[in-house]
Design a binder for this molecule. Structure first.
Ligand code: TXE
Length: 479
């Protein structure tokens, strides 16, 4: 066995109780490396180290934190091709997508390096004579971060960077399937001047390390991205001991296509939003809600584009859609494809498992037509390259169908009508709205998050991130 990539706890690289192989989903014979797994004992040690580091770090000068975050950003940018390749190799998104995601991680650290210096308070006059009031923000404390496999470096970056910028200590548990990018990021952070205990990497399972994090009394806040089921456990555990929680979960994101849409724009938005990154994005479009007069033209143009997409090894520069992340996710995708057909949907394109030169989890993008909002394919998150079309009569019906979901993360509309675009932006029940743009693909400096079953707690990213990572203090002084 090759060298084991270890956990980082209290400023030391430490062994786990076992080491697990990280497998390339484009080529299951390719082992990327063996990664240590810890358990509750490792988590407890990380929390103890974070507690010891917190008094110093939380009072450190903002410029010291700025310099550390900038150094992290600089190394990520300098190594984006190598890190992007590692990311694509372990997660399966294409090389271009992998390098793009690493670049984004660099941009996030760079943004929060600036935020270290921008955190301001307020000074107000009291209602009482001679009294002044100051409202300031302080770091929350020790933050537990739990991340999913679909964005192995960007999601860790958008949780770790604000946590550190605002003076918190971090205990980070990445997803079991993609420890490589998390380890590489931890390695960069470990060499950037962060004092021992401020940042800890605890690779391990959700049931051991994750659950221990939820139950630890000294973790003041947990930021989680993942499935709805696990999110519910995080929320319940947080409420039981009054810890702050921030949850980003699933989506069933609609893309509305109106009769007056530019057809090529609508098809671009559909292909990119639903199928790029193998459809494994919480912001992926999975419901195309299409009005009558454009319906047949839209489907004809879309299936033609899907037929031309190259599904293959993520590391091959000509690949447009990489493999599904693992066997169990592929099984889930295939189950939903079978279910959609059984429910009465018409498989207009794709949906078959593919064989390629190397053994991997390849799936042809799948498009269903003639589906109804009540079908499970239109209510539950599949999390793969699978989308369905719901035909509607007009804009009003399209909006009602778009909103008829228990999720509310991202929503898109393709139209040339200012009236409909404006009305949609105002009335769709989603945290993010896209006009003539794919539902997936967002900026790094503005808030990210949704409504209803998609998100819970304060927004992530941009300066809004401080709502989760800081606590407000109100001080009164009689001069
Ligand atoms: O999610 P989990 P998984 C959806 C998607 C996917 C399904 C399962 O449909 O098929 O969820 O994916 C940690 N206490 N999404 O299994 O289990 C776990 O170790 C604390 C959509 O990856 O929620 C990992 O680090 N932590 C979503 C993280 O939670 C626990 C992105 C997420 O894993 C835990 C990912 C516990 N008891 C999955 N159990 C999106 N829409 O972006 C697990 N974890």
């Amino acid at each position: 066995m090759s060298a084991v990539f270890r956990n980082f706890i209290g400023g030391e690289w430490v062994e786990g109780f076992e080491a697990v192989a990280n497998i390339n989903p484009s080529d299951t014979g390719d082992v990327i490396g063996h990664y240590a797994r810890t358990d509750a004992a490792g988590l407890n040690a990380a929390v103890e180290a974070a507690k010891a580091a917190f008094p110093g770090w939380s009072r450190s000068v903002p410029y010291a934190r700025h310099e550390i975050l900038k150094k992290i950003a600089d190394e990520i940018f300098a190594r984006k091709d190598e890190l992007g390749r590692l990311l694509s190799r372990e997660e399966g998104k294409t090389l271009a997508e992998g390098i793009g995601e690493v670049t984004r991680a660099g941009q996030i650290f760079s943004f929060f390096a600036g935020e270290c210096l921008r955190l301001a308070g307020e000074t107000l006059a009291s209602v009482r004579p001679g009294v002044g009031v100051e409202v300031t923000r302080e770091p929350l404390g020790i933050i537990g971060l739990i991340t999913p496999w679909n964005f192995p470096i960007a999601i860790p970056a958008w949780k770790i960077a604000p946590a550190l910028a605002y003076g918190n200590c971090v205990v980070f548990k990445p997803a079991e399937l993609v420890p490589g990018s998390a380890w590489a990021l931890a390695d960069i952070i470990s060499r950037a001047g962060v004092p021992a205990g401020v940042f800890n990497l605890v690779m391990g399972s959700g049931s051991k390390v994750g659950q221990a994090m939820l139950d630890h009394p000294d973790i003041a806040g947990i930021s989680f991205t993942g499935s709805v089921g696990t999110g519910r456990r995080v929320a319940a555990a947080g409420a039981a001991r009054f810890a702050r929680v921030q949850l980003e979960m699933g989506g069933k994101n609609p893309l509305v296509v109106l009769d007056d849409a530019e057809l090529s724009v609508a098809v671009d938005c559909a292909v990119n939003g639903a199928f790029f990154s193998t459809g494994q994005r919480c912001t992926a479009s999975s419901r195309f809600i299409v009005t009558d007069a454009i319906h047949d033209r839209f489907i004809a143009a879309l299936t033609e584009r899907l037929a031309a997409l190259k599904v293959d090894d993520a590391l091959d520069a000509t690949t447009q859609i990489g493999p599904v992340v693992d066997e169990s996710q592929l099984a889930q995708d295939l189950d939903y494809i079978a279910l959609a057909a059984k429910e009465g949907g018409r498989l207009a394109f794709g949906g078959a498992r593919l064989e390629r030169a190397k053994p991997g989890f390849y799936l042809q993008p799948a498009l269903f037509t003639e589906t109804t909002p009540a079908m499970r394919i239109n209510r539950e998150e599949v999390f793969g390259p699978v989308a369905s079309v719901i035909r509607v009569g007009d804009y009003e019906e399209a909006l009602a169908v778009a909103n008829g979901s228990e999720f509310g993360l991202s929503a898109g509309i393709c139209t040339t009508s200012l009236k409909h675009a404006t009305h949609f932006k105002r009335n769709v029940e989603a945290g993010m709205v896209m006009v003539n743009l794919p539902t997936a693909g967002v900026d790094f400096h503005v808030p990210f998050g949704g409504r209803k079953g998609s998100s819970y707690g304060p927004r992530e990213q941009g300066s809004y991130a401080r709502e989760f990572y800081t606590v407000v203090k109100t001080a009164y002084t009689l001069a």
